[in-house]
Design a protein around this ligand. Structure first.
Ligand SMILES: C[S@@+](CC[C@H](N)C(=O)[O-])C[C@H]1O[C@@H](n2cnc3c(N)ncnc32)[C@H](O)[C@@H]1O
Length: 232
């Protein structure tokens, strides 16, 4: 897969995931917009949300994804994140049943204990997708669903923009970013037994441009994607 360095047009100083999200945590909620990820979750049609018995929220961050899941059903949700400051935000939010400090590729959660795994806005931080798909597969017991929402590779490559934030001392910092083409998801998911049920792409639309007027030049480009993988 191509390295992000080939596309980088911002040349921000790059931090590790825990250092970056640790510094971003105080302002994270005010900078990540629902149109980037939650709008895609709203478009998913094939998941039997009513039948979910327990969900794992990988890379749970501050709990935005779990808050959305709470609007869908009363099932318990366990969250995992590698950044203590983000986990603290999730703890304060109080929408998870259990919060674990860990890596999405090796969560320590119980094997086969879930029928829904969600992972939103995380995969661009992983150099390889295989271990994430393998861990999601380990956690699930069929019939089950894995929902992956991510930063669209087309947007990363065309804009040369990594995941980034403005630090409190005024610098803009990037967080380690990797490009994963859609075919890489197919290969990693197929290799672990998942079947593709849905693929949605969120374009830069009027709502994005209202929030980020400088993105007019990117109108109609795909910003994010949602894969729905099923285990029949
Ligand atoms: C952009 S935030 C997304 C949080 C949440 N899912 C949301 O949609 O708002 C990415 C989160 O993934 C976490 N993360 C990134 N790589 C991780 C890894 N390898 N293991 C666990 N958490 C990770 C970060 O710490 C951060 O909290």
């Amino acid at each position: 897969m191509p390295s992000f360095d080939r596309f980088d047009r911002r040349h921000y100083t790059t931090t590790s995931v825990p250092a970056g999200y640790g510094a971003w945590a105080p302002t994270y909620e005010s900078t990540v917009e629902d149109c980037m990820d939650l709008a895609l979750l709203n478009r998913i049609a094939s998941v039997p949300w009513d039948g979910v018995t327990r969900a794992a929220d990988l890379g749970c961050g501050s709990g935005r994804t779990a808050s959305w899941l709470r609007t869908i059903g009363p099932f318990p949700i366990d969250g995992v994140d590698i950044t203590p400051e983000m986990l603290q935000l999730a703890r304060t939010r109080g929408v998870h049943d259990r919060l674990v400090h860990g890596d999405v590729r090796s969560t320590g959660l119980d094997t086969g204990a879930y029928d829904l795994v969600v992972c939103c806005l995380v995969d661009e931080h992983l150099p390889d997708l295989g271990p994430l798909y393998e861990e999601a597969r380990r956690l699930l017991v069929p019939p089950a669903t894995f929902v992956m929402v991510g930063f669209h590779p087309f947007f990363i490559m065309s804009t040369g923009m990594p995941t980034h934030f403005d630090s409190t001392d005024g610098d803009t910092l990037a967080i380690e970013t990797h490009v994963h083409l859609l075919g890489e998801h197919m290969a990693a998911a197929g290799g672990t037994g998942f079947q593709a049920s849905e693929l949605h792409e969120q374009l830069v639309d009027d709502e994005f441009i209202r929030l980020k007027p400088s993105w007019e030049a990117c109108r109609d480009w795909p910003f994010s994607y949602a894969w729905v993988w099923s285990l029949p």
